[in-house]
Design a protein around this ligand. Structure first.
Ligand SMILES: [Fe+2]
Length: 311
């Protein structure tokens, strides 16, 4: 669908007449007017024009090389993500967050992941004090129940648990108080509000680092307030954070804007891990469909660190 859309734009561009000096002047005036009238104008003019360039390239630009190099590869016939080895972001433990509702649900979701070729699952229940006040204890208890049901049903998949910590005041205190659950070595998965940039974000990330942790930012492409200034993502990387792609973002599950940003971050090589962030069967159905689409090559052709999580 996206390809047809781009082809359409190219066709329009090819038939356009050369731009005259007067047209160039009008365009400059339009950009200046947009700058003056923009309701959320970025204060730094350089950043603002980089934002504009980014917007125009998304509207009229050619597809990047990263996209086109997979054009000739056929879509796989079977839904198998075995090449990734491990999934490191999901909500499969029974009854402790907005993922699996009970142990039967956990079994169904984990069986499907095993059928899709995953060898290791590091599942990551929410730790969000106002909604899912999980602790290491509640997570370990639910993990044990899920591991037992896998054993009883002879499902060949390694299941471990970490957490997806929500950055807020509670979390900034938790960092100091007790050991955090890690994805790999000292790496900790964190998320924050998708509506606004939390005021304590910088302080929380710094506090994690001074306490010996490396933050993995969950689904950075979903934070809309970063979209108008993509350099924010490079800043997070420069500060020592790892970035985790939600595979569903590439599938377009969260909408076209998020898909576009995910594609740009992928093309820039800014991601470190990819995760399903699966909560329920509908998410897994999208993952299965993706595994039989061209997106399969875009995910498996990228040097994600997931395979190092396999036991
Ligand atoms: Fe999540």
């Amino acid at each position: 669908m996206r390809r047809q859309y781009n082809k359409g734009l190219c066709a329009v561009g090819a038939s356009m007449p050369p731009v005259s000096g007067r047209d160039q002047g009008s365009t400059a005036l339009l950009i200046l007017l947009m700058y003056v009238c923009h309701p959320i104008r970025i204060r730094n003019p350089v950043k603002y024009f980089s934002y504009l360039a980014n917007m125009f390239s998304r509207l009229f630009g050619r597809r990047n090389k990263e996209d086109s190099k997979y054009d000739d590869l056929p879509a796989p016939a079977t839904a198998n993500w075995g090449a990734l080895g491990a999934d490191m972001h999901s909500h499969f433990l029974p009854g402790i967050d907005d993922g699996a509702k009970n142990i039967d649900d956990s079994l169904l979701l984990l069986r499907t992941m095993a059928d899709m070729g995953y060898k290791t699952i590091i599942t990551t229940p929410h730790v969000m004090i106002d909604y899912y006040p999980n602790t290491t204890q509640t997570i370990q208890t639910a993990l044990l129940a899920a591991q037992n049901v896998l054993k009883e049903n002879n499902i060949d998949i390694q299941l471990r648990a970490a957490a997806e910590y929500y950055i807020d005041d509670y979390f900034t205190q938790l960092i100091e108080k007790e050991p955090l659950l890690t994805i790999h070595k000292n790496e900790v998965l964190v998320e924050f509000s998708m509506l606004y940039e939390p005021p304590m974000l910088g302080q929380a990330l710094f506090s994690m680092q001074t306490n010996g942790y490396k933050p993995i930012i969950a689904h950075p492409e979903r934070y809309m307030f970063f979209h108008r200034d993509l350099s924010k993502y490079s800043e997070l990387k420069d500060r020592g954070c790892l970035l985790q792609l939600n595979m569903l973002s590439i599938a377009g599950y969260y909408g076209q804007n998020i898909k576009n940003v995910a594609e740009q971050l992928l093309a820039k090589g800014l991601y470190d891990y990819c995760g399903s962030d699966a909560h329920h069967e509908k998410h897994l159905a999208v993952l299965r469909a993706m595994a039989c689409s061209k997106d399969y090559h875009r995910i498996t052709g990228y040097p994600f660190l997931n395979s190092r999580l396999c036991l």
